[in-house]
Design a protein. Structure first.
Length: 222
């Protein structure tokens, strides 16, 4: 592992551990997916006696939570959540995000919408001025993959690439849209959601993060 790799891992750890500050006694905590969230789950395990349980956005995170003795609950049973903690692949100054690099975007979007406070934890490399450098994930019904890809090209000029070999926890496929400069994330999110066959779009702009934690020796919170 290079010094840069070590620094990135440490930044993720610092961000994940800082998010524990937002956990209150008795909470059912919404938990996302990814390498930064893994550090949050680790920290959550150390205070598991203080929480009522968790709602998870992926089978991967559910397994991590259960391995630490944290009860994983169904969102339908848990109802509205007070807190959701998740990472992002990109984050702009308005706390709008691109998510879905781990193919959990639909469940992540559902839990974010169900939560009063969405805390996003990132390393400094994820901050951008304009969303789109990271390919935009779009979850699609398998039979609609080609249809959706053609419509995306027409609407955005981006280049959709099928993430072959990847099936989401919902049994769907993912298109990664390259070559975008997303100047109006809310409008693009709304437009892509209207394409028949699209399950979810990895733009979190209509429901952005409420708080962003950037992992540093002194974590930046905005």
């Amino acid at each position: 592992m290079t010094p840069n790799d070590n620094a990135a891992v440490n930044a993720k750890r610092l961000a994940g551990e800082k998010a524990i500050d937002f956990v209150e006694d008795g909470m059912i905590v919404g938990v996302g997916t990814g390498s930064t969230v893994a550090f949050f789950i680790e920290a959550l395990g150390r205070i598991k006696h203080r929480i009522a349980g968790a709602v998870s956005s992926s089978e991967q995170s559910s397994q991590r939570l259960r391995s630490l003795g944290i009860e994983v609950m169904d969102l339908n049973s848990a109802g509205p959540l007070r807190l959701y903690v998740d990472g992002a692949d990109e984050c702009d100054a308005h706390k709008r995000l691109i998510k879905g690099g781990g193919a959990a975007l639909t469940r992540e979007k559902i839990i974010a919408q169900a939560s009063d406070k969405f805390v996003c934890i990132i390393d400094p490399a994820k901050r951008v001025e304009l969303l789109g450098r990271f390919p935009l994930p779009v979850e699609v019904i398998p039979m609609a993959r080609s249809l959706v890809a053609r419509e995306i090209v027409l609407q955005t000029g981006g280049q959709p690439v099928w993430r072959e070999g990847v099936t989401t926890d919902n049994g769907n496929w993912v298109l990664d849209v390259h070559g975008l400069r997303i100047t109006d994330p809310v409008a693009m999110e709304s437009a892509l959601n209207q394409i028949p066959g699209v399950v979810s779009v990895g733009l979190f702009a209509r429901r952005p993060a409420d708080v962003v934690i950037v992992g540093r020796e002194t974590p930046e919170v905005f």
